[in-house]
Design a protein around this ligand. Structure first.
Ligand code: 9MR
Length: 315
């Protein structure tokens, strides 16, 4: 990671994490390269610490991610495995990692980012799809369900917030998996917004069609980036426009009954992937470096206070 893990280094980070959230997601600690760095080595320590922290603070934990084209260890990506071996490796990984947290994690991103922008499966980039074919998706869900029957299992991606080719590809896949009796329970959208572009107005309609299939929905990685002024300090106008992205996303989730999980991707600008990946942009989270809250924080809080639990405030 490009910055020190504040979970260990910063008491204020832990305090805010403990008091402001009811659900947490390990940002990297359950990805293959972290949790399974060598073929015969699992490293659960950091994720275990997060799960213990969450338990102590009566929080739930989302698991992320089991089947992805990115952040895989060298031994896996550059290994010379046969298809049968790879299948056994994936099965063992899922059994071991999901099993390790059996009963502790309420949701798992089983697959992450398996479609490209045109709604085509990433048959080349994703090692599992490339070597084992699309049928392996159903197996991954079945294995995860066997390892922890109580965890809700999700298809997760970015660029699938509104109705478009990619989210429709997920809709078709979800229907097929459900028809085949595969234990799929949810569809989730990451929601990494960039204020250079607007945001889709049909998030609710998109989530609702998955809800109508009987699936849960979730927002899993919300943040809102924009180009910073030369001073590096966001203007009030930028912060207010940013808040609208946050609250519009929250409103869409609140409007869909099965959208029960809503996660921001980091909550302090010091510890955000955004400036690392997109030079010149930043300030994407709900709190400044010193943990003072931005309009997005206060506006979402007000919206949550007005929301009626269990009732769809559909407009
Ligand atoms: O926030 C994560 C960052 O610390 C990592 O360096 C990066 C590596 O790809 O992954 C980031 O998280 C990603 C998440 O796992 C999947 N959706 C996109 C997120 C932002 O890149």
């Amino acid at each position: 990671m490009p910055y020190e893990n504040p979970f260990y280094a910063e008491p204020e980070y832990r305090k805010v994490l403990a008091t402001q959230f009811s659900s947490v997601t390990p940002e990297n600690q359950l990805k293959w390269e972290f949790v399974h760095p060598e073929q015969d080595v699992y490293n659960f320590q950091e994720a275990d610490d997060i799960v213990a922290f969450a338990k102590a603070n009566k929080q739930e934990v989302r698991g992320h991610a089991l089947f992805w084209h990115s952040q895989n260890p060298e031994w896996l990506e550059n290994g010379d495995f046969t298809a049968d071996e790879l299948r056994a490796i994936l099965k063992e990984h899922i059994y071991t990692v999901v099993g390790h947290y059996k009963g502790d994690l309420y949701q798992w991103d089983v697959t992450n980012e398996i479609f490209d922008g045109q709604g085509r499966l990433r048959m080349q980039e994703n090692i599992w799809l490339r070597e084992l074919g699309p049928g392996i998706i159903a197996d991954a869900f079945r294995w995860a369900h066997e390892a922890d029957p109580s965890a809700k299992l999700f298809l997760n991606d970015y660029g699938v917030e509104g109705i478009n080719a990619k989210s429709t590809a997920y809709y078709e896949l979800a229907k097929q998996l459900l028809a085949d009796g595969v234990p799929l329970h949810g569809f989730s959208a990451q929601a990494h917004w960039d204020m250079r572009w607007g945001m889709p107005q049909d998030i609710e309609a998109n989530f609702q069609r998955f809800d109508d299939l009987g699936l849960e929905t979730a927002i899993t990685e919300l943040d809102v980036r924009f180009t910073l002024p030369p001073s590096g300090i966001p203007t009030q106008d930028q912060l207010e426009r940013q808040s609208k992205y946050y609250t519009d996303t929250l409103q869409a989730c609140l409007n869909v009954l099965g959208c029960k999980s809503f996660t921001v991707w980091g909550f302090n600008d010091t510890y955000s992937w955004v400036p690392v990946f997109f030079e010149g942009t930043g300030a994407a989270t709900i709190m400044f470096e010193d943990y003072t809250a931005k309009p997005a924080y206060y506006d979402m809080l007000a919206m949550l206070k007005d929301a009626t639990p269990g009732k769809s405030p559909r407009r």
